[in-house]
Design a protein around this ligand. Structure first.
Ligand SMILES: [Zn+2]
Length: 223
């Protein structure tokens, strides 16, 4: 088989590891040919995250955070120290970084060290692991700076806490807005094809079609 053909069909390494007491779905994504990797939402359990990257021979080039809740960002600095990779977060969540100590008391974990963000990312930009590229979609509502990552070629959405199987993210925490999350879901998330696999920030995987059909927060009430 010609090498170029093999590369075109390159398989995306994607392991999902539930981390920390709230079992945040941390994604380890990589290109099996270039061995470039990215980690999305390293909330905790960084030694296990690093072990998965090592198993696939991946060099972590980017640390991407879907939103600045402690269960998604708590291990980011530890991972940055170990890999040298920059931490990317939408700037509208910078305010939440200043209250990581308050967030720690919500779930009863120690206050993590101060998190330094290397760059803000938003709609119109993309993040990549080798040839696997995700569009950044700013989807405010769960928090002001919540983003989703859409891997168009792989038909996969990393949804953070914006969309869950059968539910949506809570909006009662600081920076949350029910009006905004509903708008983000209808205008941005449900604009994606039905076959798109959704990896929520917690719990089971789903698809856009499944949620469009049956998610009680999204189906239009026709009765
Ligand atoms: Zn959250």
């Amino acid at each position: 088989m010609p090498l170029v053909f093999h590369r075109y069909n390159s398989y995306m390494v994607h392991e999902i590891l539930p981390v920390g007491p709230l079992q945040c779905n941390c994604s380890i994504i990589g290109d099996e040919n270039t061995h470039e990797g990215m980690v999305i939402d390293p909330g905790d359990d960084i030694s296990a995250v690093v072990a998965i990257a090592k198993k696939h021979n991946l060099q972590i080039k980017q640390i991407v955070i879907t939103h600045a809740h402690i269960d998604h960002i708590g291990g980011a600095m530890k991972l940055r120290v170990l890999t040298g990779a920059p931490i990317l977060l939408n700037e509208n969540d910078y305010a939440l970084l200043k209250m990581l100590d308050v967030q720690a008391t919500w779930i009863g974990v120690p206050t993590p060290e101060k998190v330094e963000i290397d760059r803000s990312i938003s709609t119109g930009e993309s993040v990549s692991a080798g040839m696997h590229t995700a569009q950044v979609l700013h989807t405010p509502g769960h928090t002001e700076g919540s983003i989703c990552l859409y891997f168009e070629n792989e038909k996969k959405l990393i949804a953070g806490d914006t969309l869950f199987a059968g539910s949506i993210g809570r909006t009662d925490l600081p920076g949350g807005s029910m009006q905004k999350i509903i708008r983000s879901l209808h205008n941005t998330v449900l604009a994606l094809p039905d076959e798109t696999v959704v990896v929520p920030g917690h719990g089971e995987l789903t698809t856009i079609g499944e949620e469009r059909e049956s998610n009680p927060f999204l189906v239009k009430n026709t009765r």
